[in-house]
Write a protein that binds this ligand. Structure first.
Ligand code: DC
Length: 228
C-alpha cells in the first residue's frame, strides 16, 4: 500500500451501521489515514450552537466556518478535530449537537465548503479510508473501493446507546432511536447529496457481524481489487 501513489477507500452508511469503528480498523490494517467526515459536520453544529447561528441558515454557517476554520490534528490517533484551533472531539458527540447536525448537513452552502475541504484532505492524504454519507457518491467517485454499510434499526440503536453511555451520557433507548429515525429522514430526503448507496458499492449488512468480521470482509475485497 505504501508504495502506491493514491488509494482511497470510501465507507458510507447511516448512523449506527458501524462505519467509524470499521473505518479506523481498516485504515490501521491497510496503513492509511482515516477521515471521519461526520465529525466535520458535527463541528459546524457546535459552531452553530456556540455562536447562536440558525442551523437552517446555510450561508451564515458557511461564512462562519470559513472564518473560524475546521481542521484535523493528524498526529493524534484517531485524528482530533479542531474548531478555531480548539479540540472539540468530545463536544461533537453531545446530544444537543447530534440533534441539530442533520439540519446543518442539509444546507447546500455547508456541503459545498466541506466537500471542497474533504477533497483537499484527499489530495494531502492520498492513502485514505474515508467514511460518511456521500464519500463514494460525491466526494471521491473515483475511489478504488467503495463500501455501503447497512444494519437493522434495533442493532443501530443498541450501538448508539452503548457509545453514548460509554461517553457518560444518560440516555434512553427510545430517545436515541427517535433521534436516529429523525436524522435518517433528513439525511435521506435532503436535496443536496442525500444518503444513498453509491453506484458500484459493495453492500455489507453489519447487523449480525462483529466489527472485526466486517473489517475482514472489507480487507478481502480490497485485496481482491489489488490482485486484479
Ligand atoms: O456519521 P455521523 O453521525 O457523525 O454524522 C453526523 C451528521 O452529518 C449526520 O446527520 C449525517 C451528516 N453527514 C453528511 O451529511 N455527510 C457526510 N459525509 C458525513 C456526515
Amino acid at each position: 500500500m505504501q508504495s502506491m501513489r493514491r488509494f482511497v477507500v470510501t465507507i458510507d452508511g447511516a448512523a449506527g451501521t458501524g462505519k467509524s469503528s470499521v473505518a479506523q480498523e481498516l485504515a490501521r490494517r491497510l496503513g492509511t489515514d482515516c477521515l471521519d467526515t461526520g465529525a466535520m459536520y458535527r463541528a459546524i453544529a457546535v459552531l452553530a450552537t456556540d455562536e447562536s447561528i440558525d442551523p437552517n441558515d446555510g450561508p451564515s454557517l458557511a461564512k462562519a466556518v470559513e472564518e473560524k476554520g475546521i481542521r484535523f490534528d493528524w498526529n493524534s490517533n484517531p485524528p482530533t478535530i479542531l474548531l478555531g484551533g480548539e479540540d472539540v472531539s468530545k463536544r461533537i458527540r453531545d446530544l444537543d449537537v447530534s440533534s441539530i447536525v442533520s439540519l446543518v448537513a442539509k444546507q447546500p452552502e455547508v456541503r459545498t465548503v466541506l466537500v471542497e475541504q474533504q477533497q483537499r484532505i484527499g489530495r494531502e492524504h492520498p492513502l485514505l479510508v474515508t467514511e460518511g454519507r456521500d464519500q463514494g457518491s460525491v466526494v471521491f467517485p473515483d475511489a478504488a473501493v467503495r463500501f455501503f454499510l447497512e444494519a437493522k434499526m434495533d442493532e443501530r440503536t443498541k450501538r448508539r446507546v452503548k457509545q453514548l453511555r460509554e461517553g457518560g451520557a444518560m440516555v434512553e433507548d427510545s430517545q436515541v432511536q427517535q433521534d436516529i429515525k429523525a436524522r435518517d429522514k433528513i439525511d435521506s430526503t435532503r436535496v443536496d447529496s442525500p444518503l444513498a448507496c453509491p453506484h458500484g458499492a459493495i453492500v455489507i449488512d453489519t447487523s449480525d457481524k462483529s466489527m472485526m468480521d466486517v473489517v475482514d470482509l472489507m480487507e478481502e475485497s480490497v485485496n481482491s481489487y489489488l490482485s486484479k
